[in-house]
Design a protein around this ligand. Structure first.
Ligand SMILES: Nc1ncnc2c1ncn2[C@@H]1O[C@H](COP(=O)(O)OP(=O)(O)OP(=O)(O)O)[C@@H](O)[C@H]1O
Ligand SMILES: [Mg+2]
Length: 312
């Protein structure tokens, strides 16, 4: 895709000699939202960290390119990565506490980002900070500037973190479980906010979540990850209407939004095989009702958006 802002090609991550993420390819264009979904341990967060160049030992990238406007960040110098990170590519996490420093005011923390990446300070920065706090719909932005993180509610802290991420008008926003710690109403507000921001700025968003309900209303395309690989990658509307991989189907059926209030959450029987214990064929075969001998023996490649020998 020529208008791709971010393009990940053949990414492989390993812990020691054990592969954790394999043959991962993703593309996201300006103004688009890509969802990455999958159960815990599938490699979603490591993929995000790899894109940002923030992997830490023992995890390392063993192959693949991470192109940002065509420039490969995987081979970029650390100094170049620091220029891009938090500036052209920003990230928000599940727990704002990890990104916000408790001893500094919200205003001071956003000011630092503006100073570092845009050389902005003093009065000019203050105006910009108020603008961005208003953009994330924090009430009374001028007053929030002098508040400390603990003086905000969970939802407000998440808005403050989004404000920090947006301060430099990034081309790409990586959001790793940005609403998981929030209650359902606030969750919906934060997702609506991200969409608003995107509509006005054209920021490409990569939205990582284990909850399909989160991606169903917000994403243009969805990549479903299972045991370190993408098993289905299609336009969101098509994927939800006609899931082709049985893992996607199972995820949709077990989504909390599908479950009656108060009912036990259905889970997919069995477990995701751990890195190092993945079978030679399709990693989902052991949990799949349609698995054949071939599925257990040969790994299906991703073709026409699905990696399955017997797609629905
Ligand atoms: N520093 C580390 N050392 C060893 N193993 C790790 C490390 N970080 C991650 N892993 C393993 O790599 C795999 C992928 O982890 P990752 O955090 O990317 O999963 P995830 O899809 O984000 O899961 P979750 O939904 O729980 O956030 C998991 O099996 C995890 O246990
Ligand atoms: Mg994670």
């Amino acid at each position: 895709m020529s208008d791709a802002v971010l393009e990940v090609q053949g990414l492989q991550l390993a812990i020691g000699t054990v592969p954790v993420v394999e043959d991962l390819c993703l593309t996201v264009a300006r103004g688009q939202t890509l969802g990455i979904v999958g159960e815990s341990g599938c490699g979603k967060s490591l993929t995000a960290l790899a894109i940002l160049g923030l992997l830490q030992a023992p995890v390392r990238r063993t192959a693949g390119a991470i192109r940002f406007h065509g420039e490969d960040l995987a081979t970029a110098l650390p100094e170049r990565l620091r220029q891009i990170r938090g500036n052209r590519i920003a990230m928000i996490f599940q727990e704002p506490a990890t990104a916000l420093n408790p001893v500094f005011t919200i205003g001071r923390q956003i000011a630092e980002v503006l100073q570092l990446h845009r050389g902005m300070s003093g009065h000019q920065a203050r105006i910009e900070i108020e603008t961005v706090l208003a953009q994330v719909q924090l009430p009374d932005p001028a007053a929030q500037i002098d508040r400390y993180p603990h003086q905000l509610s969970g939802g407000q802290r998440q808005r403050a973190m989004i404000a920090m991420a947006l301060a430099c008008q990034p081309d790409v926003l990586l959001a790793d479980e940005p609403t998981t710690a929030l209650d359902v109403t606030v969750q919906a507000e934060i997702l609506a906010l991200l969409q608003d921001v995107q509509a006005s700025t054209g920021t490409a968003i990569v939205l990582i979540t284990h909850d399909l309900a989160v991606v169903s209303g917000t994403c243009d395309e969805v990549a479903v990850m299972y045991a370190g690989r993408i098993v289905e990658y299609r336009p969101a509307a098509e994927l939800f209407a006609h899931p082709r991989h049985r893992y996607t189907r199972a995820l949709i059926d077990s989504s909390p939004a599908r479950t009656a209030p108060g009912a036990l959450l259905p889970s997919i029987p069995g477990q995701v095989p751990r890195p190092g214990a993945r079978p030679p064929g399709c990693a989902f075969a052991a949990r799949c009702a349609a698995a054949s001998e071939r599925c257990r023996r040969d790994r299906p490649e991703l073709t026409h958006g699905v990696a399955c020998w017997h797609p629905a």
